[in-house]
Each structure stands twice: as C-alpha cells, then as structure tokens.
Design a protein around this ligand. Structure first.
Ligand code: XMP
Length: 494
C-alpha cells in the first residue's frame, strides 16, 4: 500500500534536533585527548578532515591541517599529474630531510662555494665525491679568508670530520646528535651515500607542531580523492605517496562501485575510504569491499541541492548513527561528511558514532583554501562551490560529473548537466589554525560537559535530549543585537 510508505517511514534527525545532556564529570576540557582513527591504519590528533573540493583542499590546506593534527583530502578537479604535484608539496613540506640537497666538489674554489650559498640562501654545503660525504664547508669557514685567499679550494678548508645520520634517525635523536657535536647541519646517508640533509633550524621549526599528523617517515599525512571508477588515478596517487585514497562519489551504494572498490583496494597500498552513504543497508553492502573507512552524508552539505533536486537524503545525525551502528561491528572508522556549522555539531557527530568529521564550508574562506579574497560591500569573502555545481562540473577536469554520474562526452554544455550543488561565497575567515582552535576548543568543552576523556568515551557516554524548534531558538543567542562577533559564532551574512 502506498499509504504504508508514509505511515511506516522512520524519523530522521539532524544536528538541530538534539542537544547532549550534561553528565556528572571531573573531566577538564584542557586534558581531553582528541586523537582518533580516521582510517583502519591511520590516526590523526584532531578529528577534522577537509573536503576534497576545489574551493577547499589543495596542498596549502592539507599542510595546515596536518600541522594541527588533522587531515586534508586533495580534490580531484585537476589532472592526475597536478594532483600528484599537490601530494608532493605536502610530503616535501613535512619532510625534515631536504632531499634535493645542494653539494659541492672538493676541487671547487671557495669563491664558488660562497656564490652557491648566496644564490641558494643557505649557510653550508656538504662536500661530496662520488656520492660520499668527505667534508662540510660553511660560510663561517670561508668568511675570514675569502678576500685574501679566494682561489683556495674547498678541500683546503673544509671540515673533514662530518657528523652524519641515517635515514632512520628520529628528529629527537637528530637534535641530540646536533647538540652533542655542536653542528647545525647533519647530512643524511644511506649505505655511505648522501641522500639528504637535516638542519637544526628545521628540527626546531618542527617542534612548533607537536600535534602534527605524520606518516612513518615523519612527513605530513595526506589523502587524495579519486573517482569511483578511476583506477589509473588511484594507482598514481598511491605511488605518489598518498596515505589515504578517498573514493569520491555522491552515491556509493551501487554494486558496480563496491565491486570496483575491491579492485582498487587490491591495486594500492594506501588506505581506501569509500562514500558517500547514509544507511545501514549501504554500510552492510559496502563491507564486501573491505575498505578502510566510510564517509557518511547524502545531501547535508551547505552547498548541496541533492535533497531538493532529487528529493533524496537522510538527515545527518540519523545517517551517521545508522552507518556507525554497522561499522562499529566491523571495526571500520566512520567520517561524518557535511552539514556541520558549529563546534557543537562536531561534538554531536562524534557522540553518535563518527570517528572524524569532514568539513567544507567551515574551512572554505580560510587563508589556506584555494582562491582569492574578494571584497563585497566592504567585507572580505572567498568563493565556495559544490562539486556538483555547474561551475565545478564544467571547470577543472569536470570531476563533479562522474561524482554525480553525469559523464558527458565531448565539450560539456551547461544545458546538458543537472547540477546538485550551488556556487557562492563565504566570509573570509583568516588562517585555518584559528578556525581549528575554536572547533577543537568547542569539542573539548563538550567532552568536558559529557564526562568524556577521549573520543571513544564521547561515543560511549554522551546522551541526547530531543529538542523542539523552541528548544533550538532558546539555544542560540536571543533578545540581543550582537555588536561584537565571536570567533566561534559568526554572524556575518551577505
Ligand atoms: P559542508 O556542509 O561542510 O559540506 O559545506 C561539504 C560536503 O558536501 C558534499 N558536497 C556536495 N553535495 N552537491 C552535494 O549534494 C554538491 O555539489 C556537493 N559538493 C560537495 C561533500 O560531501 C562535501 O564534503
């Protein structure tokens, strides 16, 4: 009976439909641990992942997130080689070892050594013969004799006893070695040959980000998106060193996609995330692909129109909790993707089973998001658009078209596409670390109220109360004209 469809329809809830109930708690927000498992084999220190969208995540965003303990997923609205370039930027920036190390031969003049150091803006050079480090020379060695004896060879004045380290040396050990031997540069050698150099300045710089998300080699963790059937891209991203590959698709609950995910999994070493889904049935069926994490969310995003143009979706708290019920049984991490507007939403998503959240709008408009600041009515904004918007589907390499199963052949015509997203601007928010500070501060406050010391306890202990529209109205500031905008409660509108 058709009428049964409506009568038997379950309720679907989202962030504004619930609040968490304060519990007895001795937990201090400053002491809570927000470390979480973002995929089967990778942990991050804050449960924040950035959306693979062309107005959200390229290398700059991924680096900034990794520095703070989160994870960036490089979008795929670019060629494979461009996407590899973005991965390389992230990996190189988080690598303590400078790989393209500049060296000098012992037979060069000290004048030449000085010139190289000036040009490259460095203060020392390893002296290398047949790949073997036989000395080191610095500006300090050259300076006293440069004018009187500029034809002297590097060999004549270099320091012959060079302290080197192996690739496996940790940053802490490297720092100890540098202090003990009073040296500023440590050539890195493998089987006797130089493969890089570590400087004291870089070791100290790295200490600024104690919370950073890093791979086994100490470089920044990075993820990258691929299409549901784009094996070539997945393999290329894997070879380029992406730690996690994310299948980017509006509706992953399709037997062909599940089947193809198995092939992808067999062909890559990186962890594989799969999504998006929003139901228990989808979670059960996707288990066949044995992927390393699920992304949950059909249509909650701030730029999404899927629920309006297709009439399909599941309110986000219900979607996360339904998928998490299944995923927990199989020990698969869950990422709640889209629809979050405040730090309280991050906390609610975790409390109903998400291990991390994926953010588009909250990170768009930051300094690190791609695109320029535009001034409108005297205020600063940055572009933000859905990957299923006309602009995204016809710009770049048109990644949105297969995300929304609209593989248009030949030149793409706006008239041939059915968009599922919109394009617009969001207020400029400044550096992303300030946004993250507020989001994580809010999450920690929430965990304090709920008596949760860590993410797992938050998932287990947080309890909810169902609220009405009246309850939500009461929750927001009311009966006041806000004159000073809070950093975690934006009031800027167009
Ligand atoms: P927020 O709310 O953080 O959501 O801005 C970001 C998430 O939205 C999804 N996304 C889309 N969904 N049409 C959609 O229906 C689109 O054009 C679109 N673009 C992105 C995506 O999951 C992202 O992480």
């Amino acid at each position: 009976m058709f009428s049964e469809k409506l009568k038997n329809a379950p309720n679907g809830y989202t962030f504004d439909d619930f609040l968490m109930v304060p519990s007895v708690s001795s937990v201090e927000p400053k002491d809570v641990v927000t470390k979480t498992r973002v995929s089967k084999n990778h942990y991050i220190n804050i449960p924040i992942v950035s959306s693979p969208m062309d107005t959200v995540t390229e290398a700059e965003m991924a680096i900034a997130l990794a520095q703070e303990g989160g994870l960036g997923i490089i979008h795929r609205n670019m060629t494979i080689s461009e996407q590899i370039g973005e991965i390389n930027k992230v990996k190189l920036s988080g690598d303590l070892t400078i790989r393209d190390v500049i060296t000098i031969s012992p037979e060069e003049s000290i004048k030449e050594a000085q010139n190289i150091m000036d040009e490259e803006e460095i203060s020392g050079l390893p002296v290398v013969m047949d790949g073997i480090v036989i000395g080191i020379i610095s500006r300090r060695d050259i300076k006293p004799i440069l004018n009187s004896d500029s034809q002297k060879k590097v060999r004549d004045i270099m320091t012959e006893e060079v302290v080197t380290i192996e690739e496996s040396t940790t940053p802490e050990e490297a720092l100890d070695v540098a202090y003990e031997n009073k040296v500023e540069r440590l050539p890195v050698v493998q089987k006797g040959k130089i493969v890089g150099i570590v400087t004291m300045r870089d070791i100290l710089e790295r200490k600024k980000f104690p919370n950073a998300s890093r791979d086994k080699k100490g470089r920044f963790l990075v993820a990258a998106a691929t299409g549901p059937f784009d094996l070539e891209r997945a393999i290329a991203l894997d070879e380029a060193g992406a730690d996690i590959i994310s299948i980017d698709c509006a509706h992953a609950h399709k037997p062909e996609i599940v089947e193809f995910a198995k092939t992808m999994k067999e062909n890559i070493d990186a962890d594989l995330l799969m999504g998006n889904i929003a139901t228990k049935e989808a979670a059960e069926d996707l288990m066949a692909a044995e992927v390393d994490g699920f992304k949950v969310g059909i249509g909650p995003g701030s730029i999404c129109t899927t629920r309006i143009i297709a009439g399909v979706g599941v309110p986000q708290l219900t979607a996360i909790s339904d998928v998490a019920d299944v995923a927990k049984d199989y020990d698969v991490p869950v990422i709640g993707d889209g629809g979050l507007r405040y730090s309280g939403d991050v906390a609610k998503a975790i409390a109903v089973g998400a291990d991390a959240v994926m953010l588009g709008s909250l990170l768009a408009g930051t300094h690190e998001s791609p695109g320029d600041v535009v001034i409108m009515n005297g205020r600063k904004f940055k572009q933000y658009r859905g990957m299923g918007s006309l602009g995204a589907m016809t710009g770049g390499v048109g990644a949105g078209t297969d995300r929304y199963f609209q593989d248009v052949k030949g030149p793409m015509k706006h008239a041939k596409l059915v968009p599922e997203g919109v394009e617009g601007v969001v207020p400029y928010k400044g550096p992303v670390n300030e946004v993250l500070f507020q989001l994580i501060g809010g999450l920690k406050a929430s965990m304090g109220y709920c008596g949760a010391n860590n993410i797992k306890e938050m998932q287990e202990k947080a309890k909810f109360v169902r609220i009405t529209a009246g309850g939500m109205a009461e929750s927001h500031p009311h009966d006041i004209t806000i004159t000073n905008e809070s950093p975690n409660y934006p009031t800027t509108r167009l």
